[in-house]
Design a protein around this ligand. Structure first.
Ligand code: CU
Ligand code: CU
Length: 366
């Protein structure tokens, strides 16, 4: 696993070599080029380096988009990616989900730190996998400094009871039955919700259909999109939440599973001919995701609804903020297939990964 992954990484993060420059253009180039060979990806890196521009100001709001630490490539390579694999379903009729909220500094791009509020110490919170019909027993402990709560979109339950605020040092518990198959967002619902989601309090729960099982999948990945609004670059000291930029919806970073470009550096993998299933949640807080896989067509798309029927042969599917959708692709030709939001501002700000099918020429590895 070397050359092309690294070449693309270089393209995505070449701004690392340029202090205070922007990623704009770079990752868009990557998205276009990744399906080509290592050579063109390398060229893209060179081009991006030349076209990178300084941080921009919009209506007095300073953008830190694309600003990373100087050794971004190294940092990205060293960092363990957020585990993208769908975890197994726990046995039994009741699934215990115990989450602790903590104030944590998270890394959201190479060398870019952010003062987050995290379920289980990170953002997103852990992917949860249950089967339709199981009972889900939630326990949220608040080890933070202000009240928080937890709202499961998969639940049919009185929110004023279950989703109420829990004070610092206390735990709230409730149980719901997973009656509705699909992939759902969970998040803190404490006011202002915008701030609590923007600070990292979100995750995905997959409710596997039991009555009408899905076609078999060989690989299953969970991708949660979200955007980040920064008070500073986050390089010298952690950035915090910028409410003005959040209201204006001017993010600095947009990510899959909380960290810009992590699956470019550490691609998702599949063998040729595998059915690959993506469980996608758009956490927002405000941006939708226009899900697209470059170089193929979505064979099946269960779109923000129950899992009883799917669309077939779709190029791009909108996943609304607060929504979820499930996608199957089957790819025969080995290669690097970018997985992104086709709203390309989001790609430029980091919402791109790669699906590495087989062992494409120049990609090395096994
Ligand atoms: Cu909260
Ligand atoms: Cu919600």
């Amino acid at each position: 696993m070397k050359t092309i992954g690294i070449a693309i990484l270089v393209a995505l993060l070449s701004l690392a070599a340029l202090v205070g420059t922007t990623m704009a253009v770079v990752s868009a180039d990557v998205a276009r080029e990744a399906k080509d060979d290592a050579e063109s990806a390398t060229k893209s890196a060179g081009r991006a380096a030349q076209t990178a521009a300084p941080a921009a100001e919009a209506d007095g709001l300073v953008s830190y988009a694309g600003q990373t630490a100087e050794n971004a490539e190294e940092l990205a390579a060293q960092r363990e990616p957020f585990p993208p694999e769908l975890p197994p379903i726990p046995e039994g009729d009741v699934v215990d989900v115990e989450l602790t909220l903590k104030d944590v500094v998270v890394e959201i791009a190479p060398g870019v730190e952010y003062n987050a509020w995290g379920f289980e110490g990170g953002a997103p919170g852990p992917a949860i996998h249950v089967r339709e019909g199981q009972k889900v027993q939630i326990a949220l402990t608040n080890d933070g400094t202000i009240p928080h709560s937890i709202d499961f979109h998969a639940a049919r339950i009185a929110p004023d009871r279950a989703f109420r605020d829990v004070d610092v040092g206390e735990t709230i518990t409730y149980t719901f039955e997973a009656t509705d198959p699909g992939v759902f967002m969970y998040h803190c619902g404490t006011k202002p919700v915008l701030a609590h989601i923007a600070n990292g309090m979100y995750g995905a729960i997959v409710v596997e259909p039991a009555e009408q099982p899905l076609p078999k999948a060989d690989r299953e990945y969970v991708l949660v999109s979200s955007e980040w609004y920064l008070t500073g670059s986050g390089i010298d000291e952690p950035a915090s939440y910028d409410v003005t930029k959040a209201h204006a919806v001017i993010p600095d970073w947009v990510t899959w599973n909380g960290y810009a470009g992590q699956y470019v550096t550490h691609p998702l993998t599949a063998d040729p001919g595998d059915t690959v299933r993506f469980w996608v949640v758009a956490a927002g807080p405000s941006l939708d995701t226009d899900f697209h896989v470059v170089g193929t067509i979505l064979d099946r798309a269960w779109v923000n609804q129950d899992m009883s029927k799917y669309q077939s042969g779709v190029q791009t599917v909108g996943v609304p903020a607060g929504g979820g959708a499930v996608f199957d692709v089957r790819i025969d030709e080995p290669g690097l297939y970018p997985v992104l939001s086709h709203s390309f501002a989001s790609v430029d700000m980091g919402q791109v990964g790669l699906l590495k099918v087989g062992n494409p020429k120049g990609a090395g590895g096994h």
